[in-house]
Design a binder for this molecule. Sequence first.
Ligand SMILES: NC(=O)C1=CN([C@@H]2O[C@H](COP(=O)(O)OP(=O)(O)OC[C@H]3O[C@@H](n4cnc5c(N)ncnc54)[C@H](O)[C@@H]3O)[C@@H](O)[C@H]2O)C=CC1
Ligand SMILES: CC(=O)[C@](C)(O)C(=O)O
Ligand SMILES: [Mg+2]
Ligand SMILES: [Mg+2]
Length: 327
Amino acid sequence: MAKIYKDKDVDLSILSKKVVAVLGYGIQGRAWALNMRDSGVKIIIGVRPGKSFDLARQEGFEVYSVSEAVKRADIIAVLLPDMTQPSVWSAEIAPNLRRDMNVIFAHGFNIRFGLIKPPNDVDVVLIAPKAPGKAVRDEFVRGWGVPALVAVHQDFTGNALKTALAVAKANGFTRVGVIETTFAEETETDLIGEQNVLVGGLLQLLKYGFEVMVELGYQPEVAYFEAINEAKLIMDLIWERGLTGMLLGVSETARYGGLTVGPFVINEDVKRRMREAAERVRNGEFAREWVNENQRGALKLRELLKQVQNSQVERIGEELRMMMRSG
Ligand SMILES: NC(=O)C1=CN([C@@H]2O[C@H](COP(=O)(O)OP(=O)(O)OC[C@H]3O[C@@H](n4cnc5c(N)ncnc54)[C@H](O)[C@@H]3O)[C@@H](O)[C@H]2O)C=CC1
Ligand SMILES: CC(=O)[C@](C)(O)C(=O)O
Ligand SMILES: [Mg+2]
Ligand SMILES: [Mg+2]
């Protein structure tokens, strides 16, 4: 059984005289900063000038450049985009690090693939929420949290894990459960998970499910309700009650059809491809491809995003979501 930390195992007081700099005020950064401030931790923000900077100010934070925030902090949470971290690290973070500081990542990418090499005299830890930033904040406000992983890459002070767990607690993660892992396990499973299932696999499955019905001549609105909107509600059943609970919460007809046809559609070939994709993560091929793509200006990423934005399913979805929200 994995080692799991809960609120009762963690002492927040280790943060009481510390200043935590949240670097980046985006999807994760904003959620972490608001959560930790609500937990009574002294937070400052380090970010470049722009929308995030203005928003952080509006929301009442002291906001600085990344360099200045690192200078003023004891603990830094590096919540910048993965592909931006290496250059900001060498230009603004590394020159301002001091002995005994604690450096937190929310994803192990740059450490696992060797793109950032921290000095020996700081702690380097990982607190990886297993949730999108919106849930990190929404769940905290609800009085609960999301699960997260914690790992120690470097323990210079002897307090690396304790400090990381305190930051996790201040974010509400230990209300749910924080599992101890390694940078390698977090990085690889996170990438494999988002590619095969959460982002890649799911999107493609929903899109094909929608398209097959539309191509057969059914109304796109009906296809959207069936293949996409209801997918959320079925996922909620799985989330609350498990796979068996979901199966017992749908009709007997759906249960039989699903259990027999599912493995025909998502077959062993798909599983083989999932293994291939996982191998490309593990051997560093995906990381190299993404770094190169990014260095060329992420043109392919922008083009692929545009294709999704302009697809029929998105137009239908936007209308229906608006309709369902009002009234
Ligand atoms: N998005 C999510 O829900 C999750 C993200 N993570 C990890 O969290 C980290 C942050 O990711 P996101 O929150 O998605 O990033 P983001 O793209 O939402 O936010 C980036 C922030 O960094 C700032 N920024 C960008 N370039 C900068 C620069 N050169 N100098 C100073 N500030 C700069 C932006 O203004 C923005 O405030 C990544 O390591 C990611 O893998 C982990 C779990 C989930
Ligand atoms: C939201 C999350 O955990 C992801 C999918 O791994 C990410 O945004 O990188
Ligand atoms: Mg993730
Ligand atoms: Mg990820």
